[in-house]
Design a protein around this ligand. Structure first.
Ligand SMILES: Nc1ncnc2c1ncn2[C@@H]1O[C@H](COP(=O)(O)OP(=O)(O)OP(=O)(O)O)[C@@H](O)[C@H]1O
Ligand SMILES: [Mg+2]
Length: 281
């Protein structure tokens, strides 16, 4: 789909990318990870033609429509809904259809109340979500996402993963720069990092996560307060029967489980999330 041929890029005499040769096949989903300033955004912009490489060229198998969510979304003097309507119509949606799709996606991403707000006053996270909605209003050939949901709440990330995987099932090609291993793992199949300007396969260190089922064994009047404390330990918490289901990283399990149990919670089960393997207690 996209072929990088001997791509190099320098800014102010400093080479950011050096002689990168890489093919991204149609339907593939690739993550670019790595430390701040290693060149992820630069590479995504070169892929889409927004930045011209200093050397080399980008070849496309056929004419491609790109949708791009930039790292920093420019503040635009329109309401979020006006902006989304404009982009939807530019992408070929009839106005009435665009309106419906925008309403649906805004609800899914919990931004309905912001649709009438001016884009210049929206928070960084809400702007990012508007950017994502704009990019998925219609189905592009290639979706380029530059840190699409960094630091966003768990519910929004879940919606995002669902939507992107739905687009993937329709055959889009995805390239995403991302710092969250969970997102990388949930959406992409290959990861690369940029080391001294060179694109190299990355193994995203993923931490084991555990599903913990708890029920309350302490005094009834204490239960609500204990529930609040649990929310301070894990954002990923759902009511489950007489207790809660929470997700914890391995590290959080090691550090916090004893404390949770000391507060009056009883452990119903503990399960490793990726493998479903039961953990002996
Ligand atoms: N327009 C520009 N002019 C000069 N230098 C630039 C320009 N754009 C990027 N750079 C430099 O190129 C390097 C790579 O920047 P880039 O934005 O691609 O990094 P990144 O990997 O996306 O970082 P982050 O994780 O912080 O988003 C940085 O040192 C940056 O300062
Ligand atoms: Mg960047």
């Amino acid at each position: 789909m996209i072929h990088l041929q001997q791509i190099s890029k320098k800014y102010d005499e400093k080479w950011i990318l050096k002689d990168i040769n890489q093919y991204f096949p149609e339907g593939s989903a690739t993550a670019i990870v790595g430390h701040n300033g290693c060149g992820k955004s630069t590479l995504l912009k070169i892929l889409s033609g927004l930045v011209v490489p200093s050397k080399g060229r980008v070849q496309y198998d056929r004419p491609i429509t790109f949708h791009y969510v930039p790292e920093k979304f420019p503040a635009i003097p329109l309401t979020a809904e006006q902006y989304l309507l404009h982009t939807g119509v530019m992408d070929g949606l009839p106005v009435s259809q665009a309106r419906v799709r925008i309403r649906e996606l805004a609800e899914d991403f919990y931004v309905t109340e912001h649709l009438q707000s001016d884009m210049t006053v929206l928070s960084k996270g809400t702007l990012q979500k508007i950017g994502v909605i704009q990019a998925i209003l219609t189905v592009p050939d290639v979706l380029l996402l530059d840190e699409p949901l960094s630091g966003q709440d768990v519910d929004s990330q879940k919606v995002f993963v669902e939507k992107i995987n739905d687009l993937r099932s329709r055959g889009i090609t995805l390239l995403m720069s991302c710092h969250e291993p969970e997102l990388v793992e949930a959406i992409t199949e290959k990861s690369y990092t940029i080391a001294q300007g060179v694109l190299v396969p990355a193994s995203v260190a993923k931490e084991d996560r555990y599903l913990v089922l708890l029920h309350w064994a302490g005094a009834a009047e204490e239960k609500q307060r204990a529930g609040e404390r649990l929310k301070g330990i894990s954002e990923d918490i759902l009511p489950y029967g007489e207790g809660y289901q929470i997700r914890l990283t391995q590290q959080a399990c090691d550090c916090r489980l004893e404390e949770i149990l000391a507060q009056g919670w009883k452990l119903r089960s503990l399960q490793k999330i990726q493998t479903g393997e039961k953990v002996s207690l």
